[in-house]
Structure formats: C-alpha cells, structure tokens
Ligand binder design. Structure first.
Ligand SMILES: Nc1ncnc2c1ncn2[C@@H]1O[C@H](COP(=O)(O)OP(=O)(O)O)[C@@H](O)[C@H]1O
Ligand SMILES: [Mg+2]
Length: 229
C-alpha cells in the first residue's frame, strides 16, 4: 500500500508508514489538543519535504488567523500560497455546497495531493440531522478519493462527552481514526495520542505521549502514555 508521510516526528512510525494514499483520516479531540497544528504541519511538510501541494479548508477559524498562528512555528504559508502550492479556502456558511465545488476546482488548479478540512463537525450546524451529515461527509470523501487526495478531517469533541467525534458519525465515514487526549494528571495536564483504526493497515495499539512545542507536534513512538481513564 502506498503511504503519504505526515513528516510529523513519531506519527508515521506509529501509523506503520503514514496515511494510506487517497484515504481519509479523521483526527478528533477536544479544543486545544492540537488538531489545527497537526493538520497544518501535514500540509507544511507536504510542500517543504515531499513536494506535494495542499489545501486547507477552514470551516471554523478565518485563514488569516491560522496563517498568523502558524508563523509561531516558523511555518510561513504565504510564499507557498503565492507559488500556488498551498491554498487556504474560506468558509461560507450560507453556501456550504458551493464550498465543495470550490474545493474540487482548487484541487485541480494547484494539483493538490493533500487536503485538510478543519473541522468537519462545523458542517453539523448546517444540516438537519446526523444522517444528512453522514451523507455529506461520505460524498466529500468520495470526491477527494476520486481526485487521489489524501485527506485529514478534524472533529472537535465536547469535553466530558462520550464518543469519538462531535456527532458520532464522522468516524464511520473516515478510513482511519486518531484520537488526541488532553487530561488532567495530578497537578498538570498530559497529552496522549491513540490510533483507533486504520483501513487496510496494521498500526500501534498503544496510547503514546505527544508534545506541542515551537516546532509543532512530536509523538513519542517508543513510550506508553498513562491517562486516568
Ligand atoms: N508554541 C507553542 N508551544 C507549545 N504549545 C503550543 C504552542 N502553540 C500552541 N500550543 C498549544 O497548542 C494548543 C492549540 O492547538 P490547536 O491546534 O489550535 O488545537 P485545536 O485545533 O485542537 O483546538 C494550545 O492550546 C497550546 O496548548
Ligand atoms: Mg482547531
């Protein structure tokens, strides 16, 4: 199976090589777990290390604020945007279906191999029930698969709730699922990452610690994390 490397330290190792090409990976976690950073690092590494163009479709934060935050990590996206190697797509809540047409045409225009949609649970605000959300995410994944894009979707979990995603449907549509945890341990907080499933691939079955620092996310592939639950 062909793999697309995230280039995120430790992550490809626990995924036994990277994200299966043309598949969809869902990354879920509560606010502040680093989902937006992980997605951005995937796209930045794509252009800088693997010569693969990428698109960031932001359904929550405005692109200008994402761009600004990423400078913190030394990831200057604007020069790649001018070179048509990266694109940020703005979100229009009133024309959500049009956004998917724009996504498809931009993929063709810049020949994107990597796509990020952050967050897919934001779509839940625009559909009437979870079956419609499931159909929408499914259609979207099919378009992206047909275009040979390897996609990371995010889902924002509400703290204290049960389940692997906001609406409990996102994980069924995605080929692979990673859950990010941020939990209180004694007087501090601990970050941990778990690969929940990967279609057609083996993967680490251990809960691993990860860290966010001024270089982005780094996973410790040879350590086990301990959480209270
Ligand atoms: N330079 C940094 N060094 C260490 N941690 C950082 C840095 N920048 C951001 N973070 C951490 O990343 C978190 C935000 O990550 P983000 O990807 O926006 O989360 P999410 O999208 O899951 O809500 C912050 O709450 C903070 O804990
Ligand atoms: Mg975010």
């Amino acid at each position: 199976m062909e793999r697309i490397k995230t280039g995120i330290p430790g992550l490809d190792k626990i995924m036994h090589g990277g994200i299966p090409k043309s598949q969809t990976l869902l990354v879920s976690g509560t606010s502040g777990t680093g989902k937006t950073i992980l997605c951005s690092q995937y796209l930045f590494n794509g252009v800088t290390k693997y010569n693969e163009n990428g698109i960031f479709l932001s359904l929550e934060e405005p692109p200008s604020s994402i761009r600004e935050n990423l400078k913190e990590f030394g990831w200057h996206m604007d020069s790649f945007e001018r070179a048509k190697r990266l694109a940020f797509l703005k979100y229009d809540p009133y024309h959500i279906e049009d956004v998917f047409d724009i996504l498809e045409s931009t993929i063709r225009e810049i020949n994107a191999q990597r796509v990020v949609i952050d967050s897919i649970s934001a779509l839940g605000l625009h559909v009437k029930d979870s079956s419609e959300l499931r159909r929408m995410i499914f259609n979207l994944s099919e378009i992206l698969r047909r275009l040979d894009c390897t996609t990371i979707l995010t889902s924002e979990i509400v703290p204290g709730s049960f389940g692997l995603s906001r609406y409990g449907v996102e994980e069924f549509v995605a080929d692979s699922l990673i859950v990010l945890y941020y939990e209180r341990i004694k007087s501090g907080f601990s970050r941990a990452i778990q690969i929940w499933k990967m279609r057609g691939s083996s993967h680490s079955e251990t809960l691993h610690p990860y860290d966010i620092n001024n270089k982005g996310i780094a996973v410790s592939p040879s350590e086990d994390a301990v959480l209270k639950s």
